[in-house]
Ligand binder design. Structure first.
Ligand SMILES: NC(=O)c1ccc[n+]([C@@H]2O[C@H](COP(=O)([O-])OP(=O)(O)OC[C@H]3O[C@@H](n4cnc5c(N)ncnc54)[C@H](OP(=O)(O)O)[C@@H]3O)[C@@H](O)[C@H]2O)c1
Length: 312
């Protein structure tokens, strides 16, 4: 099938393009500012997705059987810094794509976030639990879910996903890429010991999204994540171990939420997701953290620093 992919240059979109192409689909991918090549695209389009007319023209030109929305302003601080742009990308764009999906009878796979929940409980959130967003990014994601399912109820599936691991096209986006950049620059990242997440690898998520393009019998809001809940600090240590770095080469300062009360107000303490409703329907299996970190690569921007380190 032809799949129209937004965010083809992002962490998730770039691996989705390869996963869908491996399954024999034709992917027309949209990038914004990214100038490099993206593997797996049959065609690459540069479109400003805040421009509704240009977005509609690109979708209608591709006339896809499925639309996959991986474009967003995906960093909460960037949403706060530019609320108009983030509203256009995180709410306006999914609403437009949903109207177009309905118009051309295409499947729509949209991505939301675990952050729609406030994180004040430790039990896993189910897809039907009430969303309780505590920051602008989360409110925009909640609004996007409503807009998508109001416009394309029978065509759309929204996945709420957690902290994502993986190799991004620019090598600067994901957690291990940011940690390695800090260590290469001689910095000591601060990671919470009491903020818990259930991470997932972007390529595992991409496999789920390809399945969902092919499976029109799953619709509504669903959860996907890995199998383990752990603190950001514990995850940082696992990443350090993955690259066989010592605590001296790759220092981490353990912090608690009580030490940074202002930051903690906009950050959720514990985001566990119940993935059983979707996991029961799919062939793709959720992964443990060890499997997720195993595949991580040394990003290009720090490769020289990494190769120059004494081997342990
Ligand atoms: N990463 C995570 O840990 C995480 C966690 C939970 C949920 N999510 C959600 O998962 C989805 C994918 O996230 P991600 O991490 O892959 O995002 P990302 O790496 O930040 O990529 C964002 C993508 O959006 C594109 N984009 C932004 N503004 C654009 C514009 N005006 N016109 C055209 N394209 C534009 C970017 O294109 P250019 O770079 O070419 O400009 C890029 O391809 C998002 O919905 C995000 O909210 C992510």
């Amino acid at each position: 099938m032809t799949i129209f992919l937004t965010g083809a240059s992002g962490l998730v979109g770039s691996v989705f393009a390869q996963a869908a192409t491996r399954r024999g689909h034709r992917v027309v991918g949209v990038v914004g500012s990214y100038l490099g090549e993206i593997a797996g695209l049959a065609a690459k389009r540069t479109v400003d997705l805040t421009d509704e007319t240009a977005t509609s023209a690109a979708v209608l030109d591709a006339f896809p059987e499925a639309i996959v929305n991986c474009a967003a302003v995906s960093v909460p601080e960037q949403c706060e810094a530019d609320p108009v742009r983030s509203q256009a990308m995180n709410v306006g764009l999914p609403a437009t794509l949903a109207r177009l999906a309905h118009h051309v009878s295409a499947r729509l796979v949209h991505i939301s976030s675990e952050q729609v929940f406030d994180g004040t409980r430790t039990a896993p959130y189910t897809p039907s639990d009430r969303a309780t967003p505590i920051n602008l990014y989360a409110r925009q994601k909640q609004e996007s879910e409503h807009a998508v399912h109001a416009a394309a109820a029978e065509f759309a599936v929204t996945l709420r996903v957690p902290l994502l691991m993986g190799d991004s096209p620019g090598g600067k986006r994901s957690l291990h890429e940011r940690l390695l950049a800090d260590w290469a620059a001689g910095k000591t990242p601060r990671l919470y010991t009491d903020e818990f997440r259930q991470p997932c690898a972007a390529d595992n998520l991409a496999e789920v999204m390809v399945e969902l393009c092919e499976r029109r019998d799953v619709s509504g809001v669903m959860h996907w994540a890995g199998t383990e809940l752990l603190s950001r600090h514990a995850l940082g240590v696992k990443i350090r171990e993955r690259f066989k770095l010592t605590a001296r080469q790759a220092p981490i300062t353990a912090v608690t939420r009580a030490e940074t009360p202002d930051a903690a107000k906009k950050r959720q303490a514990c985001l566990a997701l119940d993935i059983s409703p979707l996991a029961g329907k799919l062939k793709t299996r959720p992964q443990a953290v060890a499997e997720q970190v195993e595949g991580l690569k040394v990003p290009v921007p720090v490769r020289e620093w990494f190769l120059d380190l004494p081997k342990n």
